[in-house]
Design a binder for this molecule. Structure first.
Ligand code: PLP
Length: 463
């Protein structure tokens, strides 16, 4: 019996097992405190209120609280209710500090690239794994189909069609270990077909460039403006890699005219469009933009990933391929490239039982709130900055006030205990953007977010 309640803006998901109600409440709260989702000092709802929210007897919740107080995770004080114990955080902090060298990484992190991994839906994931193990025949644990497990391809086909508008035939889906492996496979196929040049957006993820170097493909760049990549500047490249839903890292989305132009270029030249849909689920101020792939499923190779929706460490991604690329991609995939079957089956169950949609919906609310908080704080405390690329995704671009360089901003942030990244490493060629920081507001755990943003604002005050 899953339930959700909100405390001081923190969404708490509780999976209450019908047969072990009290034990599951204790376990969920313990994990939430240990993982930082419930920060030190946070006041919990009263046992009466939580019992009412969860539809349980008050005594059950009161006993669970009592046990956690006895274990030192919570403290109960007359008149101030039940709170998360400070000592827990101190204890974890002390052991961490003891292991940490003097040149420790800053305690706060607003670098782009990761969702809040402390919000990983552990209990639901474990439940999905159990279901997967209980319902899958042992044969599934063999090497199997190089495309990946059919259960996951079926689940993804339904999800991608519904949530991203992708034309997703399960036969054309290939499971891979994140975008990174999907793109590697496409590079191998392009090289085998005699391709020489691949275009990327002129500010883009540096990992694209290292993959091109590995596969000895020449880099071309296209400019990016507020309507996304200027695809009209394409000439005789063999392929273009685009981030249409939310340009990484500048943050615009590919406009309708540019979308049509991209697929027209592919049709005219036989070029391939590679769509990196890394954070397409996260759109805040208007409806999600569907995938470019739906305009021309035989010219666009769509690449999706669970790295932003769930966690990058899962290494789960998927390709939806043009018909002509399916066999070449499978031929390029060796057994060393196979993705773990249990993770595939777990994700299939997670999607099929609604856990994936629910998790994304909850994350979207949290990230939107964080984005709004970031915007408010910078508007108030960081005059001269300009924040763009905010309608979607997990990051924003903060253009620096005149006179402040990226290196200075990064150094000042480090002095305040905050890790941030400048825009310059993303520059792949052509016209550079003015100095800016790429702020990943999804990265910190919930309890560290406000502190991280306060430290970000502080670097502008010391100008
Ligand atoms: C532009 C872009 N695409 C894709 C990804 C995800 O890559 P992977 O699925 O290999 O973790 C990232 C991660 O930071 C990214 O920045």
């Amino acid at each position: 019996m899953p339930a959700t309640w909100a405390i001081s803006g923190v969404d708490m998901h509780v999976d209450v097992e019908n047969s072990r109600v009290r034990a599951s409440i204790e376990r969920e709260l313990r994990e939430a405190v240990r993982g930082g989702r419930l920060p030190p000092g946070l006041r919990l709802p009263s046992s009466r209120q939580l019992a009412a929210d969860l539809g349980l007897a008050r005594n059950t919740v009161a006993n669970a609280y009592g046990q956690l107080v006895a274990e030192g995770w919570l403290v109960a004080r007359q008149g101030s209710g039940t709170r998360v114990a400070a000592a827990v955080a101190d204890r974890d902090h002390r052991t961490r500090a003891a292991r940490t060298p003097v040149t420790a990484a800053p305690g706060y992190d607003l670098r782009a690239g990761s969702p809040d991994v402390s919000a990983f839906p552990t209990a639901r994931w474990v439940a999905a794994l159990r279901r997967a193990l209980a319902t899958t025949p042992a044969q599934a644990l063999g090497y199997g189909d190089p495309r990946g497990r059919v259960e996951l391809r079926d689940a993804l086909a339904g999800y991608l069609a519904r949530a991203r508008g992708v034309h997703a035939d399960p036969e054309r889906i290939v499971i891979c270990s994140g975008f990174a492996q999907g793109f590697d496979l496409l590079c191998v196929v392009l090289r085998n077909r005699g391709a020489t040049t691949l275009a990327v957006e002129n500010h883009s993820w540096p990992a694209y460039r290292s993959a091109l170097r590995t596969h000895r493909l020449r880099l071309a760049t296209v400019p990016v403006d507020e309507d996304g990549a200027v695809v009209a500047s394409l000439t005789d490249e063999d392929a273009i890699l685009l981030t249409p839903a939310h340009q990484f890292p500048l943050g615009s989305s590919l406009g309708p005219v540019r979308r049509t132009a991209a697929v027209a270029w592919a049709a005219d030249t036989g070029g391939l469009v590679i769509e990196d849909d890394y954070d397409g689920e996260f759109r805040y101020d208007r409806r999600p933009l569907g995938a470019l792939q739906s305009l021309a499923p035989d010219s666009v190779a769509y690449v999706g990933t669970a790295s932003k929706t769930l966690a990058p460490g899962l290494r789960l991604g998927w390709l939806v391929l043009p018909r002509s690329l399916l066999d070449p991609v499978l031929a390029a995939k060796t057994r060393g490239d196979y993705t773990g079957v249990l993770d595939q089956l777990t994700l299939a169950q997670f999607i099929a039982y609604g856990g994936y949609d629910r998790h994304i919906r909850a994350r979207r609310l949290t990230y939107r709130r964080r984005r709004d908080n970031l915007l408010r704080t910078l508007a108030r405390d960081a005059p001269g900055t300009q924040v763009t690329g905010i309608a979607a995704g997990l990051h924003a671009l903060v253009t620096l006030p005149t006179g402040l360089t990226e290196d200075e901003a990064v150094t000042r942030a480090a002095q305040h205990g905050l890790a941030v990244g400048g825009l310059r490493p993303y520059h792949a060629g052509g016209q550079p953007h003015p100095p800016a920081l790429v702020i990943g507001y999804a990265t910190p755990p919930e309890h560290a977010f406000t502190g991280a943003v306060a430290r970000l604002a502080a670097i502008f005050r010391t100008q």
